[in-house]
Design a binder for this molecule. Structure first.
Ligand code: R5P
Length: 236
C-alpha cells in the first residue's frame, strides 16, 4: 500500500523471460551483467569485479566506451585485465561510485561468498569503498545459507549461527588476513533466471522477506525507485 518498493512485473520483463528460456548458464550470467551495466553513467568511478560474470559486464562497458556511448569512466580493477577500461586505484579515488561483481553464493540477506577466482582481498577493499555494491549472478548462486552450495566453502551443511561473530573469530586467527564471506556489503543482487531477471535489493528485500516471495521487476525502470540516492562519486 503506497510503498515505493512494491514493484510489479512489466511487459518488457515478460518478453525478457521468454527470451531467456532455454539459455545456458553463461547466457544467464551475461543477461545479469548487461542489466548492471545499465546503471553505469559517464564520469563514474567503477569497481571492476573478477570472474566469468563480471567479465561480461567489463566487456560491455569497454564496448560502450569504444563506441562513445559512455565516456570519462575509470575503473579500479580487482584482477589484472580490464577490457580496455582506463584504470585507477583506491589511493587516487577512495570513493567508488559503482562496483559490479559476481559471487559464488548469495544468501537471502544478500550476504555473499566470493573469491573462487582468487581476488577476494582486493574485491573486499574496492567493494567496501562504495555505498552501493551491485552483484550479478545466475540463479545457481542462490543459497538458503552461506556454505549451502557445498562448492564455495568446504562445509557440509552450510554455515549456521551469527555470521558476523564467525567472521570476527576467523579474522582473529593469526595469519588469516581475510576470508570469503562478504557480510552486509552487497546492496543489490541482479539474478538472471530462465524465467526472467530478479532484483534482490537491500531495501526491497526487507519487504520481500515479509511477503515470502521475490518480486520480478523491470530493472531499468525500477532500480532507482529502490535506490533513490544516486552515487555521488565521479572522476571529476
Ligand atoms: O574471486 C572471484 C570472485 O569473487 C568472483 O566474482 C566469483 O568467484 C564468481 O565468479 P563467476 O562469476 O565466474 O562465477
Amino acid at each position: 500500500m503506497g510503498s515505493p518498493f512494491l514493484l510489479q512485473p512489466s511487459r518488457s520483463l515478460t518478453e525478457e523471460a521468454m527470451a531467456a528460456a532455454g539459455q545456458s548458464q553463461d547466457d544467464l550470467k551475461r543477461i545479469a551483467a548487461l542489466r548492471a551495466v545499465e546503471l553505469v553513467r559517464s564520469g563514474m568511478v567503477l569497481g571492476l569485479g573478477t570472474g566469468s560474470t563480471a567479465a561480461h559486464a567489463l566487456d560491455r562497458i569497454g564496448d560502450l566506451l569504444r563506441g562513445g556511448d559512455l565516456r570519462d569512466i575509470v575503473g579500479i580493477p580487482t584482477f589484472e585485465w580490464a577490457a580496455g577500461i582506463p584504470l585507477t586505484n583506491l589511493a587516487a579515488h577512495p570513493v567508488v561510485a559503482l562496483p559490479i561483481d559476481g559471487a559464488d553464493e548469495v544468501d537471502p540477506a544478500l550476504n555473499l561468498v566470493k573469491g573462487r577466482g582468487g581476488s577476494l582481498l582486493q574485491e573486499k577493499m574496492v567493494e567496501g569503498a562504495s555505498r552501493r555494491f551491485v552483484v550479478i549472478v545466475d540463479d545457481s548462486k542462490l543459497v538458503p545459507c552461506l556454505g549451502g552450495s557445498g562448492l564455495a566453502i568446504p562445509v557440509e551443511d552450510g554455515i549456521h549461527g551469527d555470521l558476523q561473530a564467525i567472521s570476527d573469530d576467523l579474522l582473529r586467527i593469526t595469519g588469516v588476513v581475510e576470508h570469503g564471506m562478504f557480510l552486509g556489503l552487497a546492496t543489490s543482487v541482479i539474478v538472471a533466471r530462465k524465467d526472467g531477471v530478479v532484483l534482490m535489493d537491500k531495501e526491497a528485500n526487507l519487504l520481500l522477506k515479509k511477503q515470502r516471495e521475490l518480486v520480478l521487476v523491470d530493472f531499468a525502470r525500477d532500480f532507482d525507485k529502490v535506490n533513490p540516492q544516486f552515487p555521488e562519486s565521479t572522476i571529476s
